[in-house]
Design a protein around this ligand. Structure first.
Ligand SMILES: O=P(O)(O)O[C@@H]1[C@@H](OP(=O)(O)O)[C@H](OP(=O)(O)O)[C@H](O)[C@H](OP(=O)(O)O)[C@H]1OP(=O)(O)O
Ligand SMILES: Nc1ncnc2c1ncn2[C@@H]1O[C@H](COP(=O)(O)OP(=O)(O)OP(=O)(O)O)[C@@H](O)[C@H]1O
Ligand SMILES: [Zn+2]
Length: 451
């Protein structure tokens, strides 16, 4: 049977669902059983950035070294295929096969991608449009389960409500390579530190109340607190969908000033799923979400993967320069001798040691950037045995089926290590400067007193 290819005439069946920095997500509205209950994930290409040729080429020589043990990746003729294999063979085993759908690749024609790009243009946030377009050079898109719905409906008109959480990094680094002037990293999360820079850059309207340490704490109370904080300041870390349609949070991520963030409207939406008194529905829903996070135990598993970043970027960057066989720019800038200075223990590692550090750093980077989708549907008394986990929600007396999936498990390019190092420096510079404006450093106060 000839392989199916999506053509321009099929574009009308796909509608805008959302997007991140790198991909567009479309929901299916047609009736073909092959696509019902699925989303299509289509790559974007930056308007001012890496060009299409680079994107469609295979892994770089140094990336091949990095992923050589995950041998399937090396056989991939294109980067797209390597990235798909990365989700299947690297991330899926680490996070659990029941919670990851790597999707299947479907052929797409250039006409299909062009028509799609035109159809969805008006729904995309304008700053995302300015940043990137559909990559019409791609031959494939990914067909993935729509995690915001359940595959088979139990009853006619069954509703599913799902929440998307981007939890970010849930631990404090303790690497000995963190410089003294960055000691704050040991006591304040990267998420919180980054907020200051994002505020300055006007990427966010206010500081988030969310603290990833609560979310990853394993404590029921703290998880509930973190969910409530996400509700108060969702940014790109929290969204709610009712049957796949956004009812809380903002589509497209990034600059979150256009939040669908109306408490009353949200309460009204919840009425179709939660049986509770007016004014208490949101609290009940947030309790339900935190119960599912707590019970699933998946954040503990995710945390272990994030913790593969043992050395922090301030250590891993040195291993990076050894992997790419280039003089260490960081040691040079810091005036450190590669062989006898502060980072000599990293620079004297055999190549396999450096490769391991960088590889694990990049896997951890994927784990720090992914999102969870938790979907619920109500269970009636007498419903057949469920293939899903069931939660009994005490305050409403309702039972819910729930399932949890991880999304956005993209491989991070090796070259991004330099960007990671620079961004880390920038975040710390911005935070330090902000603290100095609030409270001038002791020394400068003394200098001022003397003068
Ligand atoms: O660096 P971070 O922590 O800001 O994470 C980036 C995300 O920003 P966030 O802070 O979550 O708003 C960023 O998200 P937004 O574009 O801000 O929604 C992307 O997820 C980016 O990944 P990639 O470039 O698509 O591979 C993310 O880059 P990676 O660091 O994961 O490579
Ligand atoms: N399988 C799925 N089921 C339902 N919704 C999905 C699915 N995959 C993605 N989405 C929705 O589409 C949005 C964008 O998808 P995704 O996070 O994969 O994009 P991205 O460009 O890779 O993101 P990032 O900016 O983190 O790189 C998600 O935030 C989510 O709301
Ligand atoms: Zn170095």
């Amino acid at each position: 049977m000839a392989e199916l290819i999506l053509e321009a005439k099929n574009a009308g069946d796909w509608i805008y669902r959302g997007e991140g920095a790198a991909n567009l997500i479309l929901s299916y509205t047609g009736s073909s059983p092959r696509f019902v209950g699925k989303v299509l994930r289509v790559q974007k290409v930056k308007k001012n950035g890496i060009n299409c040729e680079e994107l469609s080429s295979a892994l770089s020589v140094h990336e091949c070294l990095l992923w050589k043990e995950d041998c399937d990746l090396l056989s991939a003729p294109t980067r797209e295929i390597a990235e798909h294999l990365y989700v299947q063979h690297v991330m899926r085993p680490l996070l659990g096969s029941n919670h990851v759908d790597a999707g299947i690749r479907v052929l797409v024609s250039r006409d299909f991608l062009e028509a799609l790009g035109k159809n969805i243009l008006s729904q995309r946030p304008s700053w995302r449009v300015d940043d990137a377009d559909v990559n019409t050079q791609c031959d494939y898109a990914l067909l993935i389960s729509d995690h915001s719905v359940f595959p088979q409906a139990l009853h006619d008109g069954e509703l599913s409500i799902s929440v998307e959480i981007k939890p970010k990094c849930g631990f404090l680094p303790c690497s000995r390579y963190i410089s003294e002037e960055h000691t704050i990293k040991r006591s304040m999360t990267r998420f919180k530190l980054h907020q200051t820079l994002k505020l300055l850059q006007k990427k966010i309207p206010q500081l988030s109340q969310y603290d990833p340490m609560d979310m990853f704490s394993g404590s029921k109370e703290r998880i509930l607190k973190s969910i409530k904080d996400l509700y108060s300041t969702p940014q790109n870390n929290f969204r709610v969908f009712l049957n796949g349609s956004l009812v809380f949070g903002s589509l497209g991520g990034g600059k979150y000033v256009t939040n669908v963030h109306n408490d009353k409207a949200f309460e009204d939406e919840l009425k179709s799923v939660i049986e509770a008194d007016d004014g208490t529905l949101t609290t009940c829903f947030l309790e339900l979400v935190s119960e599912a996070v707590f019970r699933s135990g998946l954040l503990n598993r995710l945390l272990e993967v994030q913790k593969l970043d043992v050395f922090d970027i301030e250590g891993a960057i040195h291993a990076y320069y050894d992997v790419v066989s280039q003089p260490c720019v960081v040691c040079k800038k810091l005036g450190e001798d590669k062989l006898s200075g502060r980072y000599s223990s990293l620079h004297s590692l055999p190549l396999d040691g450096s490769l391991k550090i960088v590889k694990e750093y990049l896997i951890s980077a994927t784990a720090k950037d992914l999102s969870l989708m938790i979907s619920f549907r109500t269970r009636e008394k007498g419903d057949p045995k469920s293939p899903y986990n069931v939660i009994f929600h005490e305050s409403t007396g309702q039972s819910f089926d729930y399932k949890v999936s991880f999304i956005d498990l993209d491989m991070k390019p090796l070259e991004k290590m330099i960007y990671y190092y620079e961004l880390d420096q920038k975040i710390l510079r911005c935070y330090t400067k902000m603290m100095e404006t609030i409270k001038p450093p002791e020394n400068s106060a003394k200098v001022e007193e003397k003068t």
